[in-house]
Design a protein around this ligand. Structure first.
Ligand SMILES: Nc1ncnc2c1ncn2[C@@H]1O[C@H](COP(=O)(O)OP(=O)(O)O)[C@@H](O)[C@H]1O
Ligand SMILES: Cc1ncc(COP(=O)(O)O)c(C=O)c1O
Ligand SMILES: [Mg+2]
Length: 282
């Protein structure tokens, strides 16, 4: 399996491609990593150095990959944080090129817009670009609850609201939706839910809430979900596999008291998660 992953990259630590690429490789996937920015570290530190690339820089790399004649072997495209709408347009052009070469390729879009509590943290224009262009072009999307609410225009308080919001977003294009960090009225305070939806069916998975707040977990989640979905073609199975690995990764990170997720040290969790959780049809 070959995945074109177009995301931010950091030299130190693990967010964006620096969080997504290795778990996919550890699962035996060949990853073609194109970086939308190259920063020293993630922006959660408050200070960082590095450069933001632009749409033409992304298109140039995709053109070079196309010149190798390998686009027909590309099984999936993964995108995450988009620095600008111009980069978003380049990503959607890449998706169109891959699909023209391989109509079976899957596009998984992590519609990074913001988070509960923090609000919108991307540049003006990006939320609308995600809603009106990127999400409709995707086969799979992995919004958190804040992003689900924005994309659907529904304020989700209950599981029924979340299911309605997933269905509303599916009507715009993506057939598979994975909602991360979902907390509804039904969710116990010491837990975190994920909800997957496909073809009118929904699955919920609940894990303990760990006492850590890290960056990059969503990027690893989207990557693992894409790989497991591509292999199983089942949103429920992909949910179970991705969630178990991410939980194992974060549990090890919490134990170590680390500020960066332990993508390398906890790599066995990607292959053989130490703990699995029931996937409940809801
Ligand atoms: N404190 C936590 N405890 C347990 N799991 C967590 C925690 N934070 C994140 N996760 C897991 O990581 C997944 C993705 O993280 P999330 O914060 O939703 O990503 P994003 O960066 O997209 O907002 C969540 O669905 C959840 O399963
Ligand atoms: C450059 C970059 N990409 C991606 C992310 C994703 O982080 P998070 O998982 O917190 O959304 C961050 C967060 O700080 C970042 O700085
Ligand atoms: Mg995210």
């Amino acid at each position: 399996m070959n995945v074109l992953s177009i995301q931010s990259h950091v030299a130190y630590g693990h967010v964006g491609n620096a969080s997504a690429v290795f778990p996919m490789q550890r699962l035996g996937v060949e990853v073609w990593a194109v970086h939308t920015v190259q920063f020293s570290n993630h922006t959660g530190y408050g200070a960082w150095r590095g450069r933001v690339f632009d749409g033409p820089a992304i298109e140039e790399l995709v053109e070079g990959i196309a010149e190798r004649g390998v686009l027909p072997t590309c099984d999936g495209v993964l995108s995450g944080y988009m620095g600008s709408a111009d980069i978003g347009t380049a990503i959607l052009r890449a998706v169109a090129r891959v699909r023209a070469a391989n109509p079976a390729a899957l596009y998984c879009c992590d519609p990074v817009i913001g988070d509960v509590g923090r609000g919108v943290f991307v540049r003006p224009g990006i939320p609308e670009f995600m809603r009106d262009h990127a999400v409709p072009a995707a086969d799979l999307i992995t919004p958190n609850q804040f992003e689900l609410d924005y994309l659907s225009g529904i304020e989700t308080r209950t599981l029924a609201d979340a299911k309605a919001a997933v269905a509303a977003v599916q009507a715009s294009g993506p057939k598979v939706v994975l909602v991360t960090s979902l907390h509804t009225e039904e969710t116990p305070d010491d837990s975190i839910d994920m909800l997957a939806g496909e073809a009118g069916r929904f699955w919920r998975l609940r894990t303990p809430r760990l006492s850590l707040s890290v960056n990059g977990a969503g990027d690893a989640t989207a990557a693992l979900f894409l790989v497991h979905y591509a292999r199983t073609r089942s949103a429920g199975e992909a949910l179970g596999a991705a969630a178990a690995s991410v939980f194992g990764l974060l549990r090890r990170t919490e134990e170590a008291g680390a500020r960066e997720i332990l993508t390398v040290a906890a790599q066995d969790e990607f292959v053989a998660p130490s703990r699995t959780f029931p996937v409940e049809a809801v």
